[in-house]
Write a protein that binds this ligand. Sequence first.
Ligand code: PLP
Length: 232
Amino acid sequence: MSRLDDLAAGLATVRGRISGACREVGRDPDSVSLVVVTKFFPASDVRLLAELGVTDVGENRHQEAETKARDCADLGLRWHFIGGLQSNKAAAVAAYADVVESVDRPKVVTGLERGAAARDQVIDVLVQVSLDPPGAEHRAGVDPEQLDALARTVSGASHLNLAGLMAVAPLGEDPDRAFARLAEVRQRFLASHPAAVTLSAGMSGDLQAAIAHGATHVRVGSAILGPRPEIL
Ligand SMILES: *Cc1c(COP(=O)(O)O)cnc(C)c1O
């Protein structure tokens, strides 16, 4: 099987899982967008994915993302930055990213605004919410109690569009429970930010649970591209 066949098969399986999950909870399959996470995989795979109809790709490391976005600039893809953001790299990320999904503190907002302004474009921002139970060691994301303040900071930036929320289910917890908490956080959030309807949640292993709890975007890597190389 060629790489194109592999990717086509992975995409078909994942699209089938997405529509199955939608059907189960009475949602329109078109209400869930697929972001294919291409981190660790070469630009040649991004090209094949574009050929197969993929419109949105996700990357989590700045340098790799910047290079790939440049190599694939002719494809017209939407680039989602989904990784940990260093404040000194935020402006550089905003130079190529169309959506920054991992905003979790005010300090990165300044850099993103500067980068988006330099490019003279408005970019979409999702605030990453921590779903770790209180007291747990935090991986990434803002505490739900600080979400509103951070969302207001994003809204105040003229080149950033507050589009919604992003979350990752904590390791070792039933994703269904974690995403149920996310749905509650989102409901409160939407009361103050009614236009910020995007909810990016769910990956290869837990996309069904995320869709059941309202995800509008799922970020899927290994179920489409195969296992990532261990070291890179
Ligand atoms: C890598 C990554 C994904 C995709 O994970 P898979 O399990 O390979 O689907 C999704 N979201 C984030 C934030 C990631 O870093």
